[in-house]
Ligand binder design. Structure first.
Ligand code: GLN
Length: 311
């Protein structure tokens, strides 16, 4: 039996086992609109390079990309400006702390955010997207996401967008801090608007799996043959996904699953097996590190069974 056949036969049962973990997680509430997501929801889709997809659970559910979008805005900023310009404004390190200290953003000189996947770093990256106006920048990002997902229908969840835009005081204060330090340039409210919008793009598991498949295939959509991302930028994004993609749970996930991944506070996880599979998961109940509790459980078990770990 090949791997996809085996996945097809075990996935529904394995998903139901992982779903039980949801009871121990918490659905995010700090963006009020996100709190409406069902606690025990879980869905997964796995797609191989021929386009064959295997899925289980609540794959019809739509959710917002949230922090998953940061991987792709980073890639777009790299495509717009190149490595030197981008990494003069945002760092490459997985942690906000030095090896032996409690130093935080306010204390370091220059005040460059540690990496592009933490909020401060992603807000800086949003400011680097080319475009004449905030609308133009957002339109370019949405178009890029649509191409990656091979879904021209991708659009914003305006309810989530407004909900975060109205309550995102912490992100707003970070952006003004970065303006003061000269790291952010331009109109802060416009930068924040670009950021909130790309976080609110609505997807389902199939969209995530297809985006992940492009990453798994070094930037080329294997189904169309179209090159969407230069290989070097996939390599950079992949390194960030391994080291910082699951917040403070990245080390644990590297040991448990060993796959590049990026999670979002809506419960989405985009992950992949390089050269082989793109995977999209959603489970809104989060563990204390902010990652889908049931989603992590399912991916880790699959990785062990099929030996997907890179390490
Ligand atoms: N839009 C969210 C925020 O800025 C993204 C955070 C996340 O997904 N972890 O807080």
């Amino acid at each position: 039996m090949n791997e996809m056949d085996k996945l097809e036969s075990i996935l529904p049962e394995w998903l139901e086992t992982s779903r039980l973990q949801s009871a121990d997680g918490t659905v995010a509430t700090y963006i009020p609109e996100l709190s409406k997501a069902p606690q025990d929801l879980l869905g997964i889709q796995i797609m191989d390079k021929s386009g064959r997809a295997v899925s289980a659970g609540d794959t019809d559910f739509s959710f917002t990309l949230q922090s998953i979008s940061k991987v792709f805005t980073l890639i777009l900023a790299l495509m717009d400006h190149g490595e030197d310009a981008v990494f003069s404004k945002v760092g490459k390190e997985p942690t906000g702390d030095n090896f032996n200290s409690m130093m935080k953003l306010e204390l370091i000189q220059p005040a460059i955010p540690f990496n592009p996947l933490i909020n401060a770093g992603a807000i800086v990256v949003s400011s680097l997207i080319k475009g004449d106006t905030a609308e133009h920048k957002s339109a370019r990002i949405l178009e890029f996401f649509r191409e990656l997902a091979a879904n021209p229908e991708l659009d914003y969840d305006l309810g989530v967008y407004h909900s975060e835009s109205e309550t995102g005081h912490l992100n707003r204060s970070m952006a003004y801090f970065l303006l003061d330090k000269g790291i952010l340039q331009g109109k802060v409210e416009e930068v924040l608007d670009v950021y909130f919008r790309h976080c609110s793009v609505k997807v389902n598991c199939a969209d995530l799996a297809r985006m992940a498949l492009v990453m798994a295939n070094n930037g080329t959509d294997p189904l169309t043959g179209k090159s969407l991302i230069p290989k070097r930028y996939v390599q950079i994004a992949k390194s960030f996904m391994i080291t910082c993609g699951m917040y403070n749970g990245s080390g644990e996930f590297a040991i448990g699953a060993g796959m590049p991944a990026k999670s979002g506070v809506s419960g989405g996880i985009l992950t992949f097996v390089p050269g082989r599979f793109g995977i999209g998961v959603v489970g809104p109940a989060l563990n204390p590190k902010g990652n889908s509790i049931a989603g992590v459980d399912l991916i880790e078990r699959l990785s062990r069974e099929f030996e997907w770990s890179l390490f």
